[in-house]
Design a protein around this ligand. Structure first.
Ligand code: COA
Length: 172
């Protein structure tokens, strides 16, 4: 992911939230605030001081259309390891294997960089579809708690953990 991807990533992020988080985030946030907030957030993320170790992966088709993305914070937590902060697939392409390929690409890149840490992320309690997806990919789902403020309030979230990301990278 490069700074040139910021607008496309922000647009896909908002479209995905509107599809998956309607009724979880407020309509006002999704319809009137998310677009500007996400654009600002992704531009800030992708134009950082060069020392920041976070990185993103994108899935694109032959025309360059963005199909999905993930954002990774390596070595984020002493216990839970490397952290995936966002994973989204274009709403019209869900269920086509892009999410699995993005997760595998993340695990493979972390392993190639020498990580021997677990991999983890947070998923909203309300997001039962994504929880099913992560369980299908071998995650241990645990530690229900309240999130940091997101779209104006805290939300119940589950931790999803892969203690052996090598298995995720090789998952078929
Ligand atoms: C969650 C998301 C990233 C998954 O990506 P995807 O491309 O739709 O999922 P895939 O097609 O790669 O699915 C991979 C496997 O998980 C399974 N799976 C997907 N959704 C599932 C569900 N709800 N329950 C059980 N299994 C599920 C698929 O059947 C597939 O298994 P298979 O390969 O054995 O057939 C995507 O649907 C998405 O962007 N959702 C909206 C945003 C979101 O919730 N992001 C996560 C935030 S934490």
């Amino acid at each position: 992911m490069t700074p040139a991807d910021a607008d496309a990533v922000a647009a896909l992020h908002v479209a995905s939230w509107r599809g998956a988080y309607r009724g979880v985030f407020t309509d006002d946030y999704l319809d009137h605030q998310a677009e500007a907030e996400r654009r600002q957030a992704w531009h800030a993320r992708l134009h950082p001081p060069a020392l920041v170790a976070d990185w993103g992966v994108v899935a694109q088709d032959d025309t360059g259309r963005l199909l999905g993305f993930a954002w990774v914070v390596p070595d984020h937590d002493p216990t839970w390891g490397d952290y995936i902060d966002n994973l989204h697939v274009a709403p019209d392409l869900k269920g086509g294997g892009i999410g699995r390929r993005l997760m595998q690409a993340v695990a493979q890149r972390l392993l190639t960089s020498g990580s021997q840490r677990p991999l983890y992320l947070w998923v909203l309690d309300a997001n039962t579809a994504a929880r099913g997806f992560y369980e299908r990919l071998g995650a241990e789902v645990r530690d229900l708690q309240l999130s940091d403020p997101l779209a104006g309030r805290q939300h119940p979230v589950w931790r999803c953990v892969w203690r052996d990301p090598q298995r995720l990278a090789a998952h078929d």
